[in-house]
Design a protein around this ligand. Structure first.
Ligand SMILES: Nc1nc2c(ncn2[C@@H]2O[C@H](COP(=O)(O)OP(=O)(O)OP(=O)(O)O)[C@@H](O)[C@H]2O)c(=O)[nH]1
Ligand SMILES: [Mg+2]
Length: 336
């Protein structure tokens, strides 16, 4: 049964039932009490205030972050970002998974694990690379071209103590980078690169040192760097590095010497060519999954983490000196 609606705030007024105002106002709408709820009374069903809606709090899933998550995360943390770039199957995701796996066992180089917003994401990528994941050989699933760029977070601290660095590593499908190399109008779509403090080009040492693939692969790799750099993919001041991965494949005794010479020569060439780029440049060697030559072991991960998390010097905010200044204070500053 519907309760009689309350039309007047005056206690006892029967206007709702009789249509007549207790204070003789005619029309009833002229009464100052008409149309207002009764304060002292329990609100009727129709007067129950709507429940306050509170914006839902987003609970981090622990999976890899996408762009929107990163935007929110970067508002609360001072982050250092590294974009891992390379052709399909060059070893980008495996490198990221290997860093996570090594940190699970303890400090890597002189960096120790403090926390991560993306532990689930790391674990998922690492899972299939594990020797005990019921595969005959370790294998990392391919990052699909349709997958959005994934961002992985690590909070790390030097073992000797010091400030925590928040490292964010981006991973994207090699097909997207390959497409941008072939059609440079796509470079602008690689938005994660503009954000990067460091661009890390992953060089597949197995392909580079393979006599049948060397010529094509070495040319394509350099093309990738210049296609991105010449088309303004990176911000000014970003560091660029090459990580030659799969070093285990170059250590097989029958080809070790020849492979080392190819790598050294390529390092020389590329370092020379990068001098004019205006970016700080480095060439490094890594083994992220020593499956071809177990004796190589995991290589270069500690140095990689150290480079990626070394605090960047703050930009100078010193005002340039004013020469022949009129004000005494400016003349003093010019002396300093
Ligand atoms: N022997 C050896 N194999 C490696 C190493 N790193 C990666 N691989 C293998 O190289 C293959 C490709 O590795 P991924 O990490 O999936 O390559 P990716 O660059 O992420 O590839 P996309 O996602 O397709 O762009 C996988 O089968 C890995 O097991 C390494 O250090 N040594
Ligand atoms: Mg991948």
């Amino acid at each position: 049964m519907n309760a009689t609606p309350v039309l007047c705030q005056r206690p006892g007024c029967k206007v709702a039932e009789t249509g007549k105002c207790d204070l003789q106002h005619d029309p009833v709408e002229l009464c100052p009490n008409y149309g207002k709820p009764r304060n002292a009374e329990t609100p009727s069903e129709t007067q129950v205030p709507a429940p306050r809606t509170v914006a839902a709090a987003r609970i981090a899933s622990g999976d890899a972050m996408v762009w929107e998550d990163l935007e929110a995360f970067s508002r609360g943390h001072r982050i250092q970002t590294v974009s891992v770039i390379g052709e399909p199957k060059s070893g980008k995701t495996t490198l990221i998974a290997a860093i996570y796996a090594s940190l699970c066992k303890g400090p890597v180089g002189d960096r120790e694990f403090v926390g991560s917003r993306t532990l689930v994401g790391f674990a998922k990528r690492h899972h299939l690379a594990l020797l005990n994941s019921e595969r005959s050989t370790p294998k990392t699933p391919r990052t699909s071209r349709d997958d959005p760029t994934s961002f992985y977070h690590l909070a790390l601290r030097p073992k000797s103590g010091g400030l925590v660095s928040h490292l964010v590593i981006s991973d994207r499908s090699g097909e997207a980078y390959q497409a941008a190399r072939q059609d440079t109008s796509l470079v602008g779509k690689l938005t994660e690169l503009k954000l990067a403090d460091r661009a890390c080009f992953v060089l597949d040492a197995a392909k580079l040192t393979n006599p049948e693939r060397h010529a094509t692969y070495s040319r394509q790799f350099k093309q990738m760097i210049s296609a991105l750099n010449d088309n303004g993919a990176f911000r000014d001041g970003a560091a660029i590095e090459v990580i030659a991965t799969k070093i285990d494949t170059t250590n097989r005794p029958e080809r070790a010497e020849q492979s080392a010479a190819i790598l050294d020569d390529y390092e020389r060439q590329i370092t020379e060519e990068m001098k004019a780029s205006g970016h700080a440049f480095g060439f490094h060697r890594v083994c992220a999954l020593p499956k071809s030559h177990l004796e190589t072991g995991y290589l270069g991960l500690g140095e990689t983490l150290k480079r990626w998390t070394t605090p960047q010097p703050l930009p100078s905010v010193v005002q340039p000196a004013v020469h022949d200044a009129v004000r005494q204070i400016d003349r003093l500053l010019a002396k300093w």
